[in-house]
Design a protein around this ligand. Structure first.
Ligand code: DGT
Ligand code: MG
Length: 374
């Protein structure tokens, strides 16, 4: 439609799960700024604001051309006043004053540093910040009692704040497959999370495990963990038992109930490999050779009949998942979780053996993992 000026109106669907969002896009300056504000809102436990910034960033990730004029954004969804003013600031001045002030703020820096400790969430970090704790030495001096997870998080801080490469994820995949295969032959191990979406690095490695004969997967986690421990592959683990039943109601919550293991792997490094962290340098200066690094790994076990839902739920991105659930609720009167899809109108669960079938139940065009990077 001709609107009287040069800029054509671009129409974009409202929900991120209706769009194809690849890893590379044209507007990183804007998406990074909005993501930083989202992160800051998350660290302040302001969920509403965080989601608003995440949605605005996702809109720009899906925008097909470099942004040079705010008028290009007419017809684009999820851009509130605040996000638009940040975008405008960047267009005019090359950067946003609010974003740069946030980036430099003592609170943001300290909260980022503290929540980067495995086992420390925004709530705990905020409490520590309030008590004057800004960094690891101050945490140590404070004499705070740490949970077992936090102790492991502090002990392996340098490794765990270093991103995991695809090659490392594949090596861990082989170790996990060997362990699972030894305990339950013909069980299937699938790499999920960001790596399934094609990311080249990640903050952890996520695996989904199932077995074609439903029931055989029950109790698998403790056996796999014992196998890994015996081979010295684990620095930390915490197992959760499966707590899901259909009787527990419609699957509306974002938390799932799968049998699960949060772990820190002790990943052997190739001989003569590149040093990975400052700990390596210290070790090397001491004349020691570091032969391993710590990596966060999540193992999730699901019954075969829930596999497609678990696969979809564990592939992400987090915003894509959130948008799928919002679409299901608002547009289809359905409840979607990593376990099941419930149709509130027909009052029944809708079965699916593949992700494609779930998209079809939701009347959505199928979006492959590499295009779920919202
Ligand atoms: P990263 O940071 O490189 O590891 O990026 P992702 O996308 O792998 O993010 P991650 O590992 O936090 O989570 C992967 C996906 O799994 C994400 O889309 C949400 C899902 N997920 C993570 N934790 C839970 C959970 O406790 N329950 C459920 N239902 N899903 C989860
Ligand atoms: Mg991940």
């Amino acid at each position: 439609a001709s609107s009287g000026d040069e800029t054509a109106t671009f129409s974009m669907p409202i929900y991120a799960c209706q769009r194809r969002t690849t890893l590379d896009h044209r507007n990183a300056v804007f998406t990074e700024a909005l993501s930083l504000l989202a992160e800051n809102a998350e660290l302040s436990q302001d969920e509403g604001r965080a989601v608003a910034f995440r949605r605005a960033a996702a809109t720009l990730k899906a925008f097909p051309e470099p942004l040079t004029d705010a008028r290009q954004l007419r017809g684009c969804p999820c851009l509130g006043q605040h996000s638009l003013s940040v975008i405008q600031d960047i267009l005019e001045n090359g950067s946003s004053r609010e974003v740069e002030a946030t980036r430099r703020s003592e609170r943001f820096k300290a909260m980022k540093l503290l929540t980067a400790i495995f086992g420390v969430g925004a709530k705990t970090a905020a409490q520590w910040f309030q008590e004057g704790i800004r960094n690891l030495p101050q945490l140590h001096q404070s004499g705070r009692v740490l949970t077992r997870a936090q102790q492991a998080g502090v002990a392996h801080y340098d490794d765990l704040t270093q991103s995991v490469t695809r090659a490392e994820a594949d090596t861990i995949g082989q170790i996990v497959e060997e362990a699972v295969g030894a305990k339950l032959p013909s069980a299937r191990v699938t790499l999920v999370g960001g790596f399934r979406r094609g990311k080249l690095s990640g903050h952890d490695v996520d695996f989904l495990i199932t077995h074609p004969e439903e029931g055989r997967e029950e109790g698998l986690i403790p056996k796999v963990v014992a196998h890994l421990e015996a081979r010295d592959f684990l620095l930390y683990h915490k197992n959760n038992r499966n707590s899901y039943t259909e009787a527990s109601g419609t699957p509306a919550s974002t938390m799932d109930h799968f049998e699960r293991c949060f772990s820190i792997f002790k990943l052997p490094m190739p001989e003569g490999g590149e040093p990975h962290s400052r700990q390596d340098d210290v070790a090397l200066r001491r004349g020691e050779c570091r032969r391993w690094r710590a990596v966060r790994v999540d193992l999730v076990v699901c019954p075969f009949s829930q596999f497609a839902f678990a696969l979809l739920g564990w592939t992400g991105s987090k915003l894509f998942e959130r948008e799928l659930r919002r679409w299901a609720t608002q547009q289809k009167n359905m409840s979607l979780s990593s376990h099941a899809l419930y149709d509130n109108k027909q009052r029944k669960y809708l079965k699916a053996a593949t992700e494609e079938e779930i998209f079809a139940h939701l009347s959505l065009e199928y979006i492959p993992p590499s295009e779920r990077n919202a």
